[in-house]
Design a binder for this molecule. Structure first.
Ligand SMILES: [Zn+2]
Length: 420
């Protein structure tokens, strides 16, 4: 068994945490921003130092590759992202890139024999926090392989025209040109040149820590649906209109949300998660009774039958009256559970066992570039324990020991895959 270097991992965590340092323990590192370019330059410097060759595709995804002993073998790629959300942490995404770099560095420094060329990759704009949507560039690159319903959200021209949330004017396409990282389409991740895909990521939840496990052997990304519930009432004056005669859309939505929680919790699925995180209120003035309110409803579970049961409850809202208002239920989008490649999941599990690392099977509740990559190549993921389950915030933390263990697990799993 081979092990990665905790000293190098600690040094990388420290170094990359400087790029976009927001001054209170975390980073804001939007894709293609000066801070993200600094991270790309550091990656380039480190990968060139071990003799890796670097290619950049037409959406700025970067591929650093060391050769293997078989010139005809396809590449095994390890990937993640260097961009963050606003005031995010020092581990989301970047840990996967650091782990990939650490695997290549260990292999070169320790002269570990391998057959396949091995690649450490950076995906551009995974978070979509400045230029939506999330997973933009894996969506573009994997476009031809994605189911129609998913791919329609990732048309190249639409993505290039995606506007900055800050000025609502400058586009992703302009930022890409300006960054100097617009390379060539021929370098895109494809089954012609690549054989397997691995992604190491922080868990972003509390399950591993609660169970006293360091590493998660990820088996799937949960299926989910995203709906909008819209409520229509009547605006009137807040001071003059008697309560019993009102049609208050906000009150209607509040009653419906409580109904949803009550009914869905009665189903009794402990692993089911559902969230209302986005709302619209009209006219949103304190002297007016709202005539319109809508909220998002995001629901995730592995089993499509469970999702169907929840959806039936959500849809039942349409047939009921809420505080004198009507309700419309509209689908935004959904996706099926994406299962990782069984053989690769097995390699990750074996690597954990052989290294003596405490581990368990786990599902991913969050979306990752790996889920799009999995339509192109056999793919899998490795999770590293997150302290207190926190992510997308500055206190996000994974210990150097756990981060290094994650890299060592990926190293040994990749070496098993290398024998195929
Ligand atoms: Zn991420």
């Amino acid at each position: 068994m081979y092990k990665c270097s905790q000293e190098r991992m600690t040094d990388m965590i420290k170094t990359f945490s400087k790029f976009g340092d927001a001054g209170h323990g975390g980073i804001t590192r939007y894709s293609l921003s000066p801070a993200a370019i600094q991270a790309r330059e550091e990656y380039t410097r480190r990968m060139k130092a071990i003799g890796a060759e670097i290619e950049v595709d037409d959406v700025g995804d970067m591929y650093a590759t060391i050769p293997g002993s078989d010139p005809n073998a396809k590449r095994i790629v390890m990937a993640s992202h260097v961009d963050s959300v606003k005031n995010g942490g020092n581990y989301d995404g970047i840990l996967g890139v650091m782990s990939a770099m650490e695997v290549l560095t260990t292999i070169v420094k320790d002269k570990i024999p391998h057959k396949h060329p091995l690649t450490a990759m950076i995906w551009t704009n995974e978070e979509g926090s400045l230029y939506p949507p999330a997973m933009m560039c894996s969506g573009i690159v994997c476009y031809d392989y994605l189911p129609e319903e998913i791919r329609s959200g990732f048309k190249y021209e639409d993505m290039m025209a995606s506007k900055s949330i800050l000025d609502n004017k400058s586009t992703f396409g302009e930022a890409l040109e300006k960054s100097g990282y617009k390379g060539e389409k021929k370098y895109r991740l494809s089954p012609d040149r690549y054989q397997y895909y691995f992604e190491t990521h922080i868990e972003q939840g509390p399950i591993l820590e609660d169970n006293g496990k360091d590493i998660g052997v990820v088996d799937c990304v949960l299926g989910m649906f995203n709906y909008r519930l819209k409520f229509y009432g009547q605006t009137t004056h807040a001071g003059t209109f008697p309560m019993p005669k009102r049609k208050d859309a906000f009150l209607a939505a509040a009653e419906a949300l409580v109904y949803l929680h009550d009914e869905i919790d009665k189903l009794g699925y402990p692993e089911l998660v559902y969230t209302t995180g986005e709302v619209v209120c009209h006219p949103c003035v304190h002297t007016c009774v709202p005539d319109y309110f809508d909220f998002s409803f995001d629901c995730r579970h592995e089993d499509p039958k469970v999702l169907d049961k929840v959806l039936a409850i959500v849809k039942s809202c349409e047939n009921m009256k809420w505080a004198g208002c009507t309700c419309k239920v509209e689908k935004a989008w959904n996706r099926d559970t994406v299962y990782w490649d069984k053989k690769l999941v097995g390699y990750v599990k074996e690597a954990c066992e052989e290294l003596g690392v405490s581990h368990q099977y786990i599902h991913s509740g969050a979306g990752h570039d790996a889920q799009f990559a999995s339509y192109v190549l056999p793919s899998t993921m490795i999770f590293v324990q997150s302290k207190d389950g926190l992510s997308h915030c500055e206190p996000e933390y994974s210990s150097p020991e756990h981060c290094t263990e994650g890299a060592s697990v990926m190293l040994n799993a990749v070496l098993k895959a290398d024998k195929d």
